[in-house]
Design a binder for this molecule. Structure first.
Ligand code: MRU
Length: 361
């Protein structure tokens, strides 16, 4: 893995913070999000384990972005694999397992791995399978750019001039190859001239809202106010929030969804204050095999993510910790789910299945 000091010049339209450089012998480059907002450092990743480690430590994070990273991670894991079909199959299974286990809650990495594998399935020779895998990874990245813009175009119909939108975690261009999910709607509304503001929850423990969302919004000159997570109830009570927009890591068939720990609390607060609560997510985030959110695997993180802030202990040594990275919000708290194929509202199983299975026009 190599590092390169970057310029803080903003994200190129629709791509840039995660990119493939070169041909099939090239490398994956991504912005190390653990260093933001103080440094912009691009990582160069040239093997599967480097990609897995970057996903695991959240150098790359956000469901669509880790889907793209997993697709290229798979390519890096198999490009040098033996040409005998059985050895290749063994290497492929091992590579998939390493990438799928890196962050188990998000649906997108497994979706991406399955898409790459499906692209290989129609080819007999290992050489042709490899060519198909690389092509599929490139397509996954390009499709994500289009998908983000389509979600923005669907979601912008919700937004009224003058609104204040509360958001949680980070769902912008750092979390995707394109312009993001929930924040993509904000960027599109601003691009269309709507005078809106964002309230960003800091998002403990790793502060994606403070470090990443505020960084993106300020770069894009979107008026934004940072609050502690425990200020959300107050801003809602003071009528300083008109709408909540969040992303998702996995959405079950009934519309229950997993997102960054704390999202469930925000949804309950929105319900209590009569504020519409929307999820913005691509269809690659849905897991129709799950009847409800009860089946979503929830990743647990290191205790140090709670006990330390910026490398400094804020709890006594040995404090017992519970550190789930995600929680599940029940569908009944969700006003609508915005996808690239249309809006799901009201949120129920038949509406979810209908939109997720919708054929492109
Ligand atoms: O742990 P993270 O930072 O990967 O969590 C990310 C989120 O919870 C996002 O809201 C989610 O991936 C939706 S993103 C575009």
């Amino acid at each position: 893995m190599q590092q390169e000091q970057g310029q803080s010049g903003g994200k190129p339209a629709g791509s840039g913070w995660i990119r493939w450089v070169g041909g099939d012998d090239g490398r994956l480059e991504l912005l190390d999000q653990t260093k933001l907002p103080s440094e912009t450092v691009m990582l160069r990743l040239e093997d599967l384990e480097a990609v897995r480690a970057a996903i695991r430590r959240l150098s790359v994070r956000g469901a669509p972005a880790i889907g793209v990273a997993a697709a290229f991670g798979l390519w890096l894991g198999i490009r040098g694999a033996p040409s005998s079909p059985s050895d290749f199959a063994t290497a492929l299974e091992a590579a998939k397992g390493r990438l799928a286990s890196a962050r188990p809650t998000a649906a997108n990495p497994v979706w991406a791995l399955e898409r790459v594998e499906a692209a290989m399935a129609g080819h007999a020779s290992v050489a042709d399978k490899k060519a198909a895998a690389f092509k599929a990874a490139v397509e996954i990245l390009q499709d994500d750019i289009d998908t983000c813009q389509k979600m923005a175009d669907v979601g912008v119909s919700l937004i009224r001039n003058g609104e204040r939108i509360l958001t949680y975690c980070n769902t912008g261009g750092l979390a995707a190859a394109g312009i993001g999910t929930a924040l993509a709607v904000v960027f599109e509304a601003r691009r269309r001239g709507l005078n809106i503001e964002v309230v960003s929850c800091e998002t403990r423990p790793l502060l994606q809202g403070a470090r990443l969302t505020m960084w993106e919004l300020m770069q894009a000159r979107v008026p934004a106010t940072l609050i502690c997570d425990n200020t959300a109830a107050t801003v809602m009570k003071l009528k300083k929030v008109d709408r909540v927009l969040v992303g998702a890591d996995r959405i079950a068939r009934n519309g229950d969804f997993a997102n960054k720990i704390g999202t469930y609390g925000v949804a309950l607060l929105a319900k209590a204050h009569g504020i519409p609560f929307h999820v913005v997510a691509p269809r690659s985030t849905f897991d129709l095999s799950l009847e409800s959110g009860n089946g979503i695997p929830i990743e647990e993180r290191e205790a140090s993510e709670i006990t330390d802030i910026g490398g400094k202990a804020v709890a006594p040594a040995g404090a017992r910790v519970f550190a789930p990275a995600f929680d599940v919000t029940p569908a009944e708290l969700v006003t609508s789910i915005v996808t690239e194929a249309g809006m799901i509202s009201p949120v129920n199983e038949s509406a979810v299945v209908n939109v997720v299975r919708r054929q492109p026009e």
